[in-house]
Design a protein around this ligand. Structure first.
Ligand code: CP3
Length: 347
């Protein structure tokens, strides 16, 4: 069967005239219709667990902009909650969780098989979206990578340097490695259930991979991702996997080959020219416009978009930002970004 959807073509290694486009956090606070639906749900977590409204916000940026992919509306921190951690969001500050600091704390977590009890509404959101998305739009599911999720579970919040997680790793390796193993198993189950419900691609977000160096990068960023990819590929050989070891820098090199993922999502700390030279030979590259351009717009934004599209035009490429779009972004600049990409003629 020939592949029809543009995102799936790029993920299969096809070089397209125009890169397919989507944005991290495309359903988010920069959109007035998102803010309205979120208010209707009450708060962010209620929105995540309300399948009808979560499907609605997933569809909003597709209706407004015609992105080539929709990303399931949920959060990477729903998995720790499904494992028994307390989770809440403080407005204007971010997530808070009960903390994990010892092997005893780990004993309080639920068995990984029980995650589905909490996550069932997420699978229902996927089923609704599979029916309602336009036929040319690809549905992407996701989870956090074990290291990134562990950094939140250990600290009980987001941290600028992930120090509490590094401290646990350095002072109680048994508890730390146990947590990584639990999260690896739970993530495989979570992503498998999303695929069973209908997602066509999965993405693994390792937002804090950049703070792991040397052996630690290989043991706690690369290895867990590889394990997740291998297990998913054994069960679902046709489902493409996007890996996002954010801010990995030089460690981006070889990541696709070592993990078996199909596509490497890159942040904006590396240039698209460097990515084309060192990374694109191993597979599809996704990225990597600095999301601040969505706030400032202007000729700088257009120049930067054209540089990225042109630099990555010799291999498979999916256009995206280097990180999530921020609440201050101007919705008009998103439209202009898409228009610029779709009108760009390679010289
Ligand atoms: O990309 C999408 O549109 C899909 C949905 C999605 C969300 N979070 C919704 C969300 C995805 C894929 C995520 C991933 C996520 N969540 C990551 C990895 C990617 C990254 O950003 O590095 C992380 C680290 C989280 C944890 C998280 N969720 C934090 C730290 C915060 C607070 C920061 C913030 O932006 O407010 C969230 C909240 C969150 N997740 C929002 C959204 C739309 C904002 C919530 C709101 O409406 O108030």
């Amino acid at each position: 069967m020939t592949i029809k959807k543009k995102i799936l073509k790029a993920l299969a290694g096809e070089v397209l005239d125009t890169p397919p486009i989507w944005m991290m956090r495309q359903a988010g606070r920069y959109l007035p219709e998102y803010r309205e639906t979120r208010a209707q749900a009450g708060d962010f977590l209620s929105l995540c667990y309300n399948s009808d409204l979560a499907a609605e916000v997933t569809l909003q940026p597709i209706r407004r902009y015609g992105f080539d992919a929709a990303i399931l509306f949920a959060d990477i921190l729903l998995l720790p909650q499904a494992l028994g951690a307390d989770l809440w969001f403080v407005t204007g500050e971010g997530p808070r969780l009960s903390t994990i600091n010892s092997t005893d704390d780990l004993k309080l977590l639920k068995p990984v098989d029980e995650i589905h009890d909490t996550l069932r509404p997420v699978y229902e959101t996927v089923r609704i979206l599979s029916k309602e998305l336009p036929e040319e739009t690809t549905l992407i599911g996701f989870a956090g990578a074990p290291w990134t999720v562990a950094t939140y579970m250990i600290a009980g919040r987001g941290t600028p340097d992930q120090k509490p997680a590094h401290d646990l790793k350095d002072n109680n390796i048994l508890a730390f490695e146990n947590l990584i193993e639990i999260l690896t198993k739970a993530t495989i189950k979570y992503l498998s259930a999303q695929i069973d419900a209908g997602v066509e691609v999965v993405k693994i977000f390792d937002s804090w991979a950049g703070s792991l160096k040397g052996d630690d990068f290989y043991k706690y960023a690369l290895e867990p991702t590889k394990k997740i990819v291998m297990e998913l590929k054994a069960k679902y050989p046709k489902v493409p996997i996007i890996a996002f070891p954010r801010q990995a820098g030089d460690y981006y090199k070889g990541f696709l080959k070592s993990t078996g993922a199909d596509c490497l999502a890159i942040d904006d700390s590396i240039s698209s020219a460097w990515a084309a030279k060192y990374l694109q030979k191993d597979g599809c590259i996704q990225g990597n416009l600095n999301s601040s351009h969505m706030v400032s717009g202007g000729q700088n934004m257009i120049d930067e978009i054209e540089t990225i599209v042109s630099d990555l035009s010799q291999g498979p490429h999916i256009f995206n930002l280097g990180h999530g779009i921020t609440p201050e972004a101007n919705p008009d600049y998103v439209a202009l970004m898409i228009e610029t990409i779709r009108n760009f003629k390679r010289s």
